[in-house]
Design a protein around this ligand. Structure first.
Ligand code: SF4
Length: 457
């Protein structure tokens, strides 16, 4: 499968790429299929069923809202985040929704959208089934999808096997592993970002790539700006207070000259701002997931604010390098908390950000790969145990800590010569195997760890 940087960084909504973005995409895909096959007018009811981690923590992750708006034809990249709650309230109140914005039908959430807390579909922890019924109650279409992390949705055959339609676009420097990537860098004499850029040219022109990446950067900045202005408690019942605005208002009045770790507070601020926006269902860039969406923007903000040589070219190179490491993680590891725990989300984002920072600070490919490896290695075994099934505790602070860890990893790598004992590929293999051994209760089910020990108020 060939993965583009634009697959890894997509503009979406919070709070979860797998539980919000994926279900919205799946629901829209299902109704678009009904329209394509001329079945929309015959559809009297749609039933949706969410399984596994989606069923267990979907309420806290906004999955039902995402499904309802997806059925109405909304897409995560352009749905108006300011109107989501009002629209869902209307659907719930009237018990009606408009399929693809056209076909109005009865939709009773309690019976038409079933969340199975303890049932799982065979191919992946995040399964969804959709069925369309006609006036007589006969099923006229049914489909199963899996939300496999990062907003990626795959189709399933009736056998339950995943039917991934791979993108087979030939790229200039194909790679799946860190070793293959480094080999290309060595033979072509290119840094990692330029290898990735050469591959991206298979889909888009260079000006399009640059404009697309700078647009992603703009959305990241807007997300931070918005997060720094919002006050009050986050939605969901835990009454978690937003902290970014208060921290921002303090930091802008400090010059930091006396504090050698002043920049660290700014890094934390950027991550808190993004993850608070994410937790409130705002517009975020999935990077590579929503739960871990604060780390790459926080480290990129650090670069643009605190590195004197920073410029737009550096921003583009940063995102390309992060994307290259994301390709390897997605191809040979996992970026799904439901599959391997938080090591796959915050660990992956930290590895991507560390590598990206190392490259724009002048690291050679070996140092960059080393930075990614350090970023991932020190998240190995990290479980996913969101309190109340909400992407708030531990997720928000974990992004702040993961961001400073990424800067730290880059600095350790840049102080070395690139040689290191544990290659990135081995760290990823370890993540995958550790995830396979990890109990299900630590994989985005909110049935273990902090989720069990912290009492919900
Ligand atoms: S604990 Fe980690 S993997 Fe789980 S929801 Fe939070 S950020 Fe995502």
């Amino acid at each position: 499968m060939t993965i583009s940087v634009f697959d890894l960084f997509s503009i979406g909504i919070g709070p979860s790429s797998s539980h919000t973005v994926g279900p919205m995409r799946a629901a829209r895909t299902f109704v678009a299929g009904l329209a394509e096959h001329g079945l929309l007018d015959r559809t009297a009811t749609v039933k949706a069923e969410l399984y596994g981690s989606l069923g267990a923590t979907g309420h806290g992750h906004g999955s039902p809202k995402a499904v309802m708006l997806g059925l109405e034809g909304e897409r995560p990249e352009d749905v108006d985040t300011d109107t989501i709650d009002d629209r869902v309230a209307v659907i719930r109140d009237r018990q009606r929704l408009k399929l693809l914005g056209e076909r109005e039908m009865v939709f009773v959430e309690d019976t038409d959208l079933v969340m199975y807390r303890r049932k799982t579909l065979p191919a992946h922890p995040n399964g969804m089934k959709f069925a369309a019924l006609d006036e007589s109650g006969a099923e006229i279409a049914a489909h199963t999808y899996y939300s496999v992390g990062g907003g990626f949705v795959v189709d399933a055959e009736t056998t339950g096997e995943l039917k991934i339609v791979p993108d087979t676009t030939p790229v200039r420097y194909p790679f799946r592993t860190g070793a293959e990537l480094l080999e290309h860098c060595a033979t072509a004499g290119l840094p990692i970002s330029q290898v990735m850029l050469a591959n991206e040219l298979a889909w888009r022109t260079e000006p399009e790539i640059r404009a697309g990446l700078l647009n992603i950067w703009n959305v990241m900045q807007e997300c931070v700006r918005k997060g720094c202005t919002q006050e009050g408690a986050l939605p969901g019942g835990l009454k978690v207070p937003r902290r970014a605005k208060a921290l921002h208002d303090k930091l802008i009045h400090e010059d930091g000259a006396e504090d050698p770790l002043h920049a660290m507070d700014w890094i934390s601020l950027y991550a808190l701002a993004v993850n608070e926006e994410n937790a409130s269902g705002g517009r975020v860039v999935t990077a590579p997931t929503n739960g871990a969406a604060g780390i790459i923007p926080a480290v990129l903000h650090y670069y643009t604010r605190f590195v004197s040589s920073a410029d737009e070219d550096g921003v583009v190179r940063f995102l390309l390098t992060a994307g290259a490491i994301g390709v390897i993680l997605k191809e040979t590891g996992s970026i799904s908390g439901a599959e391997v725990g938080c090591q796959g989300e915050v660990g992956s984002a930290c590895a991507m950000a560390a590598a990206a920072l190392a490259e724009v600070l002048g690291g050679n490919p070996q140092q960059v790969e080393n930075a990614a490896e350090i970023g991932l290695e020190h998240h190995l075994g990290l479980t996913c145990d969101p309190v109340g099934g909400l992407v708030q505790i531990p997720c928000i602070e974990r992004n702040a800590v993961g961001s400073t860890k990424a800067v730290h990893a880059a600095r350790i790598a840049l102080r070395g010569d690139g040689s290191h004992i544990v290659p990135l590929d081995k760290a990823i293999k370890t993540m995958r195997e550790t995830g396979a051994d990890m109990s299900t209760k630590y994989k985005e089910t909110a049935r273990g760890g902090l989720a069990l020990n912290v009492i919900e108020c």
